[in-house]
Design a protein. Structure first.
Length: 291
């Protein structure tokens, strides 16, 4: 099964390649080259794969953004819930005097305590709560500045898809060109993850001013068959990636709100705030009994 954001059709790719194939289907006044239909199939498969990869990357970015915003916005609420749970267990243990209650309370409290000396040991890269944002960004190639939304604006999405179609590494015919495109697409992905229309527009202008794609010379039949095989393998890999994204915890959450993932964050926050209120009331009642 493919995630909601990764479902794409190949009609656009087939139409685009069909036109190119029609223009190459005959030479010499109507005689069809033997490779013509195979070339048309390869072009259609290339365009379909690019569309599929764009959809997978779009969904991946939403999953990453949701995860980061979930931690940024809801982390303090989760921390408050854990503190209340620990305090409730401590009050109950004090009342009962039961060793098992005391063990549960101590375990809950220990999970909230930072690991002493970690920041000094790791030279400021992390503390007892985990990696600092700057360190995590350096290790994962993520921007330090968190995204503002799970799903970027429609204009950002349009710019991103247009750039991905034009600059996709699979369109390269030479290794140097593929390397240039891979580096460029990495910057495009980062700008899209931040939802920055301004950066995407700058990248659009940069790509338009850069080297033009060389026209591909007609390929031999063996090369075309090899290309089709590679495309099929690449599609299988992307399908596995899409499946992992969908079946992950964040992907599963995103499926609950395919049209507005940002609203889902608000709904989770509302539920957590309600739980905090319940825990605070429970703790207040226990402390009142102690008094």
């Amino acid at each position: 099964m493919v995630p909601y954001a990764v479902r794409v059709t190949t009609s656009e790719g087939e139409q685009g390649s069909g036109g190119a194939g029609a223009g190459q289907a005959s030479v010499g006044g109507g005689a069809q080259r033997p490779e013509a239909r195979l070339e048309q199939a390869v072009r259609a498969a290339e365009r379909a794969l690019i569309e599929f990869e764009i959809a997978v990357d779009t969904f991946r970015i939403e999953v990453e953004n949701f995860s980061r915003l979930h931690e940024q916005r809801l982390g303090p609420v989760y921390a408050r819930l854990e503190e209340l749970d620990a305090r409730i267990l401590e009050v109950k243990a004090a009342r009962s005097g039961d060793p098992e209650d005391r063990r549960l309370a101590d375990d809950a409290r220990s999970r909230l305590q930072p690991i002493p000396g970690v920041e000094e040991l790791l030279g400021g890269w992390m503390d007892g709560s985990g990696l600092f944002p700057e360190a995590a960004a350096m290790l994962t190639d993520q921007p330090v500045r968190p995204p503002e939304r799970v799903r970027p604006s429609e204009e950002a999405r349009r710019l991103y898809r247009d750039l991905a179609r034009k600059a996709h590494p699979d369109l390269a015919q030479e290794e140097a060109e593929r390397h240039r495109r891979e580096e460029f697409i990495t910057r495009v992905n980062a700008a899209y993850a931040r939802g920055s229309e301004a950066e995407l527009k700058e990248l659009t202008a940069e790509w338009a001013a850069g080297p033009k794609l060389k026209e591909q010379a007609p390929s031999a039949g063996e090369e075309l068959y090899a290309r089709l095989e590679w495309l099929a393998q690449r599609k299988e890999l992307l399908t596995l990636v899409a499946k992992e994204l969908e079946e992950g915890a964040i992907g599963s959450m995103l499926r609950l709100a395919p049209d507005d993932p940002d609203r889902l964050l608000e709904e989770i926050a509302e539920q957590l705030r309600a739980e905090v209120t319940e825990r605070e009331a429970e703790l207040a009642a226990l402390e009142a009994l102690e008094g």
